[in-house]
Every structure is written in structure tokens, then in C-alpha cells.
Design a protein around this ligand. Structure first.
Ligand code: ACM
Length: 679
């Protein structure tokens, strides 16, 4: 709260003795740079007119927007007015200044976008009776790029749904919508020159991605029985681009290359190394036809999207076929490329050159760093923050979208109580804790162009589910992108986010009910002072914990700390191959009545329950007496579950050593446990 004391202390001298307002109680999100408000108000009513002093295009956009807004204004001068004025003297390209007194409101900004953001602030400030507190608000964003990515390939979301999301994110002053238009699960943009992309590669059966991906993975013809999918026609795209422009949002198209392209390489198999449909994910980089195809597609894409940036994917190429493909090998030899990473770079750099020649710039996922970064590329850092930092260190722009903070397809609340999602538990406060400039030099920080939230759609079959995952977490991204980090305060943000969720729900968005959040796993919320806490754990040599999931090392299983909803939270210890086989030395003989540990199961990343647990005790660490042998039928399921495996005695047992063994089931995979609790 400390940051807000500054605000609450401010009283506008110019407005005399009127009382200052506690702006922490105002629900403006993202939080403006400075708000100096008093209790006196301006009211939007039938006597309010609208005057816009801007260029023709912005005037038209803003007039239409305000006429349709709850202020219901017409462009005409009245007794009191909302005046929007372009002002060259304002420094920030998207900043604005609002001055409100009882007789009128002035918004000045350098650009139409700035005026639009001033209007958003007014819309948020207005109460039920459209009253606005008097005072001055001065505001500007931290980052030029504030984005949301929607994956429309894994499940398709139509034009009207995308417009609805544009409305929402614009209200929170976001300015980029990145559409992941192509991927194995379906091609989603009409390309006139390659009709099979939308007549065939845009359709599949069954509809639910995981049924399809873990099943046939086949495409079907448009209009055939049970065909699921869809695409944006070129007219749809023009409509979307215009709709977004009228809300000062740029749509960035992503055309994946060289990987994630199974759908293209099945429709046009001659573009893969083996020419076999259904066998390849990566384009053949040795074949000139690949470049002909990509350039033809990009020609149509850039005709439709005025965005300076075109996203060319670049992530997760397997590159396997390139090692054996004569054309790829020939290309490597001719171009002096020493490995397949450099072959990928060859493709990215050639495409960059092509797009640069058309006046466009490329963005790629952080794998484009491998094998040499294209000279003008911007890097989208998703595998953590390192890619973005490396890009900035080499003088390139970076957009930060690290999975651990920005992947909105992960669980927003207790995974055991949420519909199936993907990835770990990533509550709102975790997203909000991210600072894209942390740990960077001033020079590097200046190259961090912005932040983006990504909603991948493998486990997002419906629009409701998408909205449930996106809102309110995208609001945290919006605030990180816009507001001053020194003024961030989670408790205050959360109260504003709850209000924003209420507003979104009233408008028909299926936002997550933040007010009734369950939160972190109950066991992880406090230390467990059990009998074995702080005692020594001896790991059997053939069953060590894995170095990637060592948590607190040898102390993990008796440190009194339980893991949360996520096995990557450094509180769960991971074992692979030979399961768990540990012996606890209590240091002296003690009377015990129970020995138990929790395990978790999450089949997609190969984390399983044990098939058998054996608990035994010993006085001398040589002769053990078995206390319990628990068998468990390990069955694949969806989502995340937890289970306690323990011995709960009816009478005390005296012991110094306790051996706890957990064996893997037929699926093998990982076992994760967090604490051996002895009572
Ligand atoms: C990605 O998540 N593969 C960019």
C-alpha cells in the first residue's frame, strides 16, 4: 500500500478546499501514472457534447466509439463538453492528459491512441450515474508493445469471438493481438493461391484437440461429415483488421515455419524432405519450392495485415529429416552451414530479407537465436526469460512472454477444482509478480519492447474456456505493460481486478471468479512440524532424485515444507527409473504412529502415482520390519490428482530408522513426492 499513500496525500491546490479522493478506491486498470482527483464531479448527461480536434481518421474512429459507448455522445458542441485534442507537445506517443472540472473534460494526447486510452480511463472512472471525479490524470505506458496471442489453430475461434476479445483488451489499453494462424491442428487463413490449405488442412475429425492429436491426426475435406475446423476468409481478415484498428490494436499474423507445419506438408507433401503426407512437421529447407510457397503465402498475408511485424514462428523444429535429406545437405554445403541450427537460421534470415524488402519486420520465437539471429529480428522469449535477455544483449528487440508468467493456458486456480488445463498452477499473483526489465542493464532494458500473454488452445475447446483462462490474468499483463513498476501492489491490483471481472462478466465474458479463488494447495501454506522434520535422509544409491527436480536436495523430504499444485515449484522432488528408496534416520529411537507421503499424478508430462509403497522400520538400519505394503492400480487419467500413501498404526512403534520405498507402475515415468511425514 505504501505507494498509494503518495496519491492519497495529494490535494489539488487549484481546486480549492474540496476533499481529495483515495484513488486506491478507484477502479482504473491499468493503474495510471498519476491521478490527482477531488470529490467534486462532472456528470455525463443529455447536456454533454463532444468536440474532437484531430485528423479525419481518428476523429471518425473516436466519434463512432463514443457514440456507441455508455456516454452516448454526439459530435456537437453543448453546454458542457468532452473535448479530445491532439497535442504535439505531449511526449509519449500513447500517453494522455485528462483534466476534469464541473463544466467540462479535456483529453489531450499526441495520437489517436492516446485519446482513446484517455477515453478508456474515463469509462472506467465513471460510476453508475456516469459521474467522473474532477482533477487531473497524467498517464503513459511503460512498454510500446502490450499483447495477447490467441491460438486459433488447435481450436478455432471465429471472427465475432475475436472481436469480443479485441473490445476487452482495448479497454485495458493493450495494443497488439497476435493470431497464431497456422499449426498442425489446422490452417486458419484463406490463401487464394493454395486452396488446399483451407479446403483440407483447416479441417479435422474429431473436434477435441487431444482426441485428434493422440488419435488419428488426420485431416478431412471441408464440408465432409463431422469435419471440425474453420478459417478466416480474406474478407474476415480485413474486417478484423479494421475492427482492431478502430480500437488502436494492431493484429500480428503468425505463419509458422519451418516447423509446426504438418497440415501444410500433408496438403502439399512436395514441400517436405520426404514428400510423404502425414510424416513431416518441418519444411524442406533445401528445396526452392519451400521458399516459393512461403513467399507466395506471405505476399497475401502482408496484403491483408498492415502490421509492421509479421511473426514467422521458428519454434520447436525437430530438424530430423534435414540430416538425411539430399537437398538440405546440399544447401548446407553450398551455404557453408555447419549444422541444422544454421540451416534453420538460413531459412529465417532469407524470409527476413524478403519481408524487409516489403517494408516489414519479423518476430520469431526464441529458437530463432539458435544458429545465428537474423539481423533485424525481434525475439519473442517464451522458454523463460533467457532468450529475450540474450536478444537484448545482442542489440535486438525482445518481447517477453516467458511461459512461467505469461502462458495463460495453465491453471489459474487449484487444478483439482478447475476444468482441464495445461501446464502448471499460475495464479494471478504469479503473473503480476513478473517484471520484464528485472536484472537487465539500462541499455538492455531499453530493448525490451513489451510483454504478451499467450493463450494456446490445445486444451481450450470453447470460447467460454478461453475467456475463463484469459480473464483476469491478461489484466495483470496489461498492468505490467502499462503501469509504473514502482507503484505495483498486488492487494490493490487484485481489488481492481475483481471489479474488472465483475464488469467483464456483466458484459458476457466468462471470466474466472477471482473473488472466490481457492488458492495454493492447503498443505503448502504452512510448515509441518512432524517428528522427522530436520532429520537425515539417506538415498539408496540406485534410486537418486533427479538433478532437474532436486528441490531442497537431501533435506527436501524432511524439511517440513510441502509442495504446491506444481511439481516444478522446487518443493517436490522428482525420481525416475527406480522410484523412491530412502531411509530416514531419526537420530535416536522414537515412538511413532504414522509414516506417510503424498504423490501426484499428471499423465501428460509423465508424472504418475506409485504402484507400490513399502514402509519398514529398524533399530539398527540392518534388520527391517515391514509396517505396511500398499498396492495401487496406476491408471491414466486427465488433469492432476494427489494421493497419500502411508502407514497409520493403531499402536506406537519404537524405531530409529524408517525406510520408505515407492515403486513405479507399468507406465514407468516420474514419481514426485514432497515430504515423508512421521508422527
Ligand atoms: C511455443 O510455446 N512453442 C512458442
Amino acid at each position: 500500500m505504501r505507494n498509494f499513500l503518495v496519491f492519497t496525500a495529494i490535494i489539488l491546490a487549484t481546486i480549492g478546499c474540496e476533499k481529495s479522493i483515495d484513488i486506491t478506491e478507484l477502479n482504473v486498470l491499468p493503474l495510471p501514472q498519476s491521478m490527482e482527483l477531488v470529490n467534486s464531479v462532472f456528470t455525463f448527461d443529455g447536456n454533454t457534447g463532444l468536440i474532437i480536434n484531430a485528423n479525419e481518421e481518428d476523429t471518425k474512429i473516436l466519434a463512432e466509439y463514443l457514440a456507441a459507448s455508455k456516454f452516448n455522445l454526439k459530435t456537437e458542441e453543448k453546454k458542457k463538453n468532452l473535448k479530445l485534442v491532439l497535442d504535439e507537445n505531449i511526449n509519449s506517443p500513447e500517453g494522455y492528459v485528462i483534466s476534469v472540472n464541473k463544466r467540462g473534460i479535456n483529453i489531450s494526447a499526441k495520437s489517436g491512441a492516446g485519446l482513446f486510452y484517455g477515453v478508456q480511463t474515463l469509462l472506467q472512472l465513471a460510476d453508475e450515474e456516469n459521474k467522473i471525479p474532477c482533477g487531473v490524470i497524467t498517464d503513459e505506458p511503460q512498454f510500446a508493445y502490450r499483447g495477447l496471442m490467441i491460438d486459433v489453430s488447435r481450436h478455432f475461434f471465429d471472427k465475432e469471438f475475436i472481436k469480443k476479445q479485441i473490445d476487452a483488451i482495448a479497454h485495458f489499453k493493450m495494443n497488439r493481438l497476435h493470431l497464431h494462424l497456422t499449426d498442425a491442428a489446422g490452417w486458419r487463413i484463406e490463401i487464394k493461391r493454395y486452396p488446399r490449405l483451407t479446403q483440407f488442412a483447416a479441417w479435422r475429425s474429431p473436434a477435441i484437440w487431444q482426441d485428434w492429436w493422440f488419435g488419428s491426426r488426420e485431416y478431412v475435406n471441408e464440408g465432409s461429415d463431422g469435419a471440425y475446423g474453420g478459417y478466416f476468409t480474406q474478407d474476415d481478415i480485413r474486417e478484423l483488421v479494421k475492427y482492431a484498428q478502430e480500437r488502436y490494436i494492431t493484429i500480428i499474423p503468425e505463419i509458422e515455419m519451418p516447423a509446426h507445419s504438418e497440415e501444410v506438408l500433408t496438403a502439399y507433401p512436395e514441400l517436405s524432405c520426404t514428400h510423404e503426407p502425414y510424416k513431416q512437421a518441418d519444411f524442406c529447407v533445401g528445396n526452392e519450392k519451400t521458399f516459393e510457397f512461403l513467399q507466395n503465402v506471405l505476399d497475401e498475408v502482408i496484403e491483408l495485415f498492415p502490421s509492421e511485424y509479421i511473426h514467422i514462428g521458428g519454434d520447436e523444429a525437430g530438424k530430423a529429416s534435414w540430416h538425411h535429406c539430399p537437398l538440405c545437405q546440399k544447401r548446407m554445403k553450398e551455404e557453408g552451414l555447419k549444422d541444422v541450427n544454421e540451416l534453420q537460421s538460413y531459412l529465417i534470415q532469407r524470409i527476413e530479407k524478403y519481408l524487409n524488402s516489403k517494408g516489414r519486420q519479423i518476430i520469431g520465437w526464441d529458437e530463432i537465436l539458435e544458429g545465428g539471429l537474423a539481423p533485424n529480428a525481434t525475439v519473442m522469449s517464451w522458454r523463460g526469460t533467457e532468450g529475450g535477455i540474450a536478444a537484448a544483449a545482442s542489440g535486438h528487440k525482445a518481447i517477453m512472454t516467458p511461459g512461467q508468467y505469461c502462458y495463460l493456458d495453465s491453471y489459474q486456480d487449484a487444478p483439482t477444482m478447475m476444468p482441464m488445463a495445461f501446464g502448471p498452477y499460475m495464479p494471478l499473483h504469479k503473473v503480476y509478480s513478473y517484471n520484464p526489465r528485472e536484472g537487465l542493464t539500462e541499455e538492455q532494458a531499453a530493448l525490451i519492447h513489451g510483454i504478451q500473454g499467450n493463450i494456446w488452445a490445445e486444451y481450450v475447446p470453447t470460447g467460454e474456456m478461453l475467456e475463463f483462462l484469459v480473464y483476469p490474468r491478461i489484466l495483470a499483463i496489461a498492468e505490467i505493460g502499462w503501469s509504473n513498476p514502482a507503484k505495483r501492489d498486488y492487494a490493490n491490483f487484485k481489488s481492481r481486478a475483481i471489479e474488472a471481472v465483475n464488469g467483464l462478466r456483466k458484459k458476457g465474458y466468462a471470466a474466472f471468479d477471482l473473488e472466490n479463488e481457492h488458492g495454493e494447495r492447503k498443505e503448502a501454506q504452512q510448515e509441518n512440524n512432524h517428528l522427522a522434520k530436520g532429520t537425515k535422509v539417506i538415498y539408496a544409491t540406485e534410486a537418486p532424485y533427479h538433478n532437474n527436480y532436486k528441490a531442497n536436495g537431501d533435506d527436501t523430504l524432511t524439511d517440513g515444507i510441502h509442495g504446491g499444485w506444481t511439481y516444478t515449484d522446487k518443493k517436490w522432488q522428482g525420481f525416475i527409473k527406480n522410484g523412491v528408496d530412502i531411509t530416514i534416520d531419526l537420530g535416536e529411537e522414537k515412538e511413532i504412529t504414522s509414516v506417510a507421503a503424498d504423490f501426484m499424478q499428471m499423465c501428460i508430462p509423465d508424472v504418475w502415482m506409485p504402484a507400490e509403497v513399502i514402509i519398514a522400520t529398524s533399530i539398527d538400519n540392518e534388520n527391517f520390519t515391514e509396517l505396511a505394503r500398499i498396492s495401487h492400480d496406476v491408471v491414466r487419467d486427465e488433469g492432476l490428482s494427489f494421493k497419500n500413501f502411508g502407514w497409520y498404526g493403531e499402536e506406537c512403534v519404537k524405531t530409529r530408522y524408517i525406510r520408505y520405498t515407492a515403486k513405479c507402475g507399468p507406465q514407468r515415468g516420474w514419481l514426485f513426492t514432497d515430504e515423508i511425514v512421521v508422527k
